[in-house]
Write a protein that binds this ligand. Structure first.
Ligand code: CA
Length: 161
């Protein structure tokens, strides 16, 4: 297993990227401290298979959401909002960010939520979902830029020593 650590400061966000490679599976970890007070605001894990994202998880406080992808499309997600280890919100995604939602109970049983509740959630969350995706894409593209910029500089410094 090959492990790399990369620390970057972007927009007052401390990001720790830990990449572990196993065959064609690659995992990245981001620790986000928005105001640099030493208290993490979020921890994100992204897992890739053959450079395709297959899982994204984000833990903020007690809340944790895991999103699963197939063919680079979000297919399934689950959320544990109170940190008790039971992911009580289960979603299955269709086209254009539409989804159906189920409630998972502690005994493992699952029940679809009310249709009116579902429709209002779909409408309300499409906007927030788009903003989050834009933010993630911006962070990911800035990491690529930082890697390209830091790579040659680091090698130059190493040659002097
Ligand atoms: Ca829970």
């Amino acid at each position: 297993m090959k492990v790399k650590f990369l620390v970057l400061c972007l927009y007052h966000v401390l990001i720790l990227s830990c990449m572990a490679e196993r065959n064609d599976i690659r995992a990245e970890k981001y620790e986000i401290d928005k105001n640099e007070d030493g208290v993490l605001d979020a921890v994100i894990h992204v897992i890739y298979r053959s450079n395709s994202k297959i899982m994204f998880s984000m833990k903020q406080g007690q809340s944790e959401t895991r999103i699963f992808y197939y063919d680079n499309m979000e297919r399934f997600s689950e959320t544990d909002s109170d940190g008790d280890g039971i992911f009580e919100v289960v979603r299955v995604y269709g086209e254009d960010n539409e989804f159906d939602e189920f409630h998972r109970y502690p005994d493992g049983s699952i029940e679809p939520i009310d249709t009116n509740e579902l429709n209002s959630k779909v409408a309300a969350e499409n906007h927030a979902y788009q903003e989050m995706n834009n933010y993630i894409e911006e962070v990911e593209s800035n990491i690529d830029i930082e890697k390209e910029r830091d790579g040659p500089n680091r090698r130059t410094r190493d040659r002097r020593n």
